[in-house]
Structure formats: C-alpha cells, structure tokens
Design a protein around this ligand. Structure first.
Ligand SMILES: [Zn+2]
Ligand SMILES: [Zn+2]
Ligand SMILES: [Zn+2]
Ligand SMILES: [Zn+2]
Ligand SMILES: [Zn+2]
Ligand SMILES: [Zn+2]
Ligand SMILES: [Zn+2]
Ligand SMILES: [Zn+2]
Length: 263
C-alpha cells in the first residue's frame, strides 16, 4: 500500500514540476508584435527574427536594395530557436531541450506562436489562417471565403472572395490584414480606418461601386452611444440596413462586433 501512495505522489510532483518548467519566462520574451518564447529562422534569407512582422519590416525597409526586398513565406518556416536555451529545432510548441512552452497559443498549420491568449486566437480551416476575436464570435462564409462576425449572420451580402483583394483606399491586402475591416452595405470591404479617413473628407460613397454609404459621422456618433450594448439591439441593426448604410462596421471597444481578426 505504502509504495503505491509513494509512486502516486512522486508522479504528481513530476507533473507540477513539468508545469512549472513549461511556464518559465511566460510573457517575458518576444517583440513589439507578439509575446513568445522563441525566434524564427526565416527560410528565405536564413536569418533569425522575432516574428514574421519583424522580418518583413526589416527586409522591406528603405535601406534594403529594392531588388532584395521580400516578405517571409510564413508557411515555409521550419526552424525555431528557443529563447530560454537557444536550441534551434523544428517548429513545435515545447522546446525539445529545456521543455519550456514556447507559446501558449500555437498553430502548427500557420507556424504561429503567441503567449498572449487574451486575443482569443483560433485557426479557421476555411480561411487557412489564424484569426483573433474568439472562434465563437465568427462564422466562415464559403462564398466570401472569409470569416465574419456572427453579428451579421443572415444579412451579410455575399461577394465572391470578398476579402481577397486590396483595400481600395490604401491598397493593403485585406484578407490577412491585422487592422479592423469594415463591410459596406454593398458588400465591399475596406479598412475601418480608411473608411473613417474617407468620411473625414466627406466621401460617402463606396470607392468600388460608388453606392452611397450615407453620412457616417452621425452613424459613428450613434454607435458610440450604443457601443456599450453588445450585440447591437436588433432594431438598430434593421435601421442601419434600411438606410443602405454601412450595416455593420466594427467599432472600437465593441468586442463582439470586431471584425478583424488576424495575427
Ligand atoms: Zn527573408
Ligand atoms: Zn515582431
Ligand atoms: Zn529551450
Ligand atoms: Zn493557424
Ligand atoms: Zn474563415
Ligand atoms: Zn458571404
Ligand atoms: Zn486601407
Ligand atoms: Zn461597393
């Protein structure tokens, strides 16, 4: 009897020990983009960076010869370097040498690491990338080829590959943009900030199809007042749709209606 208890308690101690080990350095490593306990080896230039954004910023800066500028092919990342013991190894969540968890959120498909789980990351197979904002708050539309906030389920206007194009204002590719995206009533999409920029210049029509998007400033004002109530009251949703306005734009502070979502 005694020996059974003994082995059980030593097993428990081991688990606790492992757990402690895994959590070492949590939140203490990373860059301005992500908290993570590993660095990545870029397959393109064979150099080491904190994250793909760090790579892309460094390799597309004005100091770099135009011919040599490039983005990292993120899916091709194969090797990571543990920040605690500096061991280089294949992409995985736990260091093969010291056993530390290199990030609480880990996606093997995207080769993505992030210690900050407050973003509620999730991998969408339809999109083929990781998004943020909580899986339960989004649905994937196969026709549009992207995820939308549940908030517009049932009344979003399908546009083939809705997000698979550049923002018509700033020309950044929208699908994997890390900024908030707005979906206009016509179904066209652009950055929330770019939409606000248009509004500040009194441009109230969709830059793609020229359909009216009405006076946004009043809308923002109302939304600011309503923002505490999430999801938006139903009457409100209808009202906006009736106006032919931007029927869901994803505003500041209002988590449930935040649209973008990508890392
Ligand atoms: Zn590179
Ligand atoms: Zn970075
Ligand atoms: Zn290690
Ligand atoms: Zn993923
Ligand atoms: Zn999706
Ligand atoms: Zn759709
Ligand atoms: Zn834009
Ligand atoms: Zn449009």
């Amino acid at each position: 009897m005694e020996s059974v208890y003994e082995s059980q308690s030593s097993q428990a101690a081991e688990v606790n020990h492992d757990e402690k080990l895994r959590n070492v350095g949590e939140g203490e490593f990373g860059c301005s983009h992500y908290r993570r306990r590993c660095k990545i080896r870029a397959p393109c230039c064979d150099e080491i960076f904190d994250c793909r954004h760090c790579h892309n910023e460094a390799k597309n800066s004005v100091e770099v010869d135009v011919q040599k500028r490039h983005d990292i092919p993120r899916r091709e990342i194969k090797r990571v370097i543990c920040s605690l013991c500096s061991t280089e190894q294949d992409v995985q969540q736990y260091c093969t040498n010291c056993g530390v968890c290199m990030a609480k959120y880990f996606c093997a498909k995207c080769k993505f690491f992030d210690d900050d789980e407050s973003k509620s990351q999730f991998h969408c197979d339809g999109c083929g990338i990781c998004r943020t904002g909580g899986e339960e708050n989004f649905f994937h539309c196969n026709k549009c080829g992207c995820c939308y906030s549940n908030w517009c389920k049932g009344f979003h206007r399908c546009i083939e590959k809705a997000m698979h194009h550049d923002c018509p204002v700033c020309f950044e590719y929208l699908f994997d943009s890390t900024k908030d995206i707005s979906v206009l009533h016509c179904g066209h999409t652009l950055h929330l900030d770019c939409l606000k920029e248009m509004e500040s210049h009194f441009q109230f029509s969709c830059p793609v199809c020229s359909k009216s998007i009405c006076d946004m400033s009043k809308l923002w004002e109302k939304l600011d007042q309503e923002v505490a109530a999430t999801p938006m009251p139903e009457a409100y949703q209808n009202k906006m749709a009736d106006q032919g306005a931007v029927f869901f734009t994803l505003f500041k502070e209002s988590k449930a209606v935040r649209q973008m979502w990508t890392w």
